[in-house]
Design a binder for this molecule. Structure first.
Ligand SMILES: [Zn+2]
Length: 306
């Protein structure tokens, strides 16, 4: 099993359908579990998908329309009910602070879990750690909305045989990694490039510069495609994207894997989203389905690291 995967909890925009729960996604990324946009019913979908409250280390809300946040009260209370010990970070557009507070304290519960709030105020990095750097950027929707981008920096993987033949061992390995050189040995002599992985999460927005900035060169792009191209007027009027636009973004940004989601209830046949996107993008396209697990693509080949 991959230690980096997207667990799809729901794929419906606006209202749930018989086959689609409200939005909700958990990105497993090594030891991080980032819950994006918990819509209504997310708690039950987590159960069905095999996601535990303790798996959540971070919550990222793109905006405060119901399909992206009405599951927050259940999640917040569940973190306490399950006695989650670690601090969970929460990110959301700062102008929605009052919505966040209402959702967080929607009803009475015994609060034990710690949630650190980090409202997003400006575009740029919002968190950094072993996982890489998490960035946010404002999108264009009816209310303040942000997209997220996770970037793991390129690094180098030390090769044990090369270390051995260079006579480097023990704490010297760490010194070499940090300083780049140890006596005659350079870090390039005993290691190979390890390309960092990138992920972007883009929900409700019309096409704008931020969409392209967020999606630039990512391994996995999770993006709304509320409408088919035949309904482009509706998409523009309501501040949404079509599957064809999502495909074009993926093509122009050099995305490796495109994950389409957030579908309007007016379409029952999800394969039509694939067809629209495939006219624009010849890479891998996944039409998200509830409870699907989508592995983050394997690292780019080494020769793609400059
Ligand atoms: Zn939505």
């Amino acid at each position: 099993m991959s230690n980096r995967e997207l667990v799809v909890l729901g794929t419906a925009s606006q209202v749930p359908t018989r086959h689609r729960n409200h939005n909700g996604y958990l990105l497993r990324w090594d030891t991080e579990g980032i819950l994006f946009d918990p819509g209504e019913g997310t708690q039950r979908q987590m159960l069905l998908a095999g996601v535990a409250a303790t798996d959540i280390t971070r919550i990222c809300v793109t905006h405060f329309h119901g399909d992206h946040c009405l599951g927050l009260p259940g999640i917040v209370q569940r973190l306490s009910l399950d006695r989650v010990q670690h601090t969970v970070s929460a990110h959301y557009p700062a102008s929605g602070q009052h919505f966040y507070e209402r959702l967080k304290h929607a009803s009475s519960f015994y609060e034990t879990a710690t949630i650190d709030e980090h409202p997003v105020t400006v575009d740029g990095p919002i968190a950094a750690g072993k996982f890489g750097v998490l960035e946010a950027r404002s999108l264009e929707h009816g209310i303040d909305a942000v997209g997220y981008r996770l970037v793991e920096p390129d690094s180098r993987h030390m090769v044990p045989e090369l270390l051995r033949s260079a006579g480097v061992s023990g704490p010297d390995v760490g010194v070499l990694q940090r300083t780049g050189v140890l006596g005659e040995v350079r870090v390039e002599d005993v290691s190979v490039p390890r390309p960092g992985q990138k992920f972007a999460f883009i929900m409700d927005t019309r096409l704008c510069d931020s969409v392209f900035a967020l999606a630039d060169g990512v391994d996995m792009l999770v993006i709304e495609s509320t409408f088919l191209k035949e309904d482009i007027e509706l998409a523009v009027a309501h501040g949404h994207l079509t599957a064809a636009q999502a495909g074009r973004v993926a093509a122009e940004c050099g995305v490796r894997q495109l994950v389409l989601t957030h579908f309007s209830q007016r379409y029952q046949d999800s394969s039509r989203f694939h067809a629209d996107a495939a006219e624009e993008f010849d890479g891998e396209i996944v039409v998200a389905a509830d409870l699907a697990r989508v592995p983050v693509p394997k690292r780019r080949p080494v020769d793609s690291v400059r």
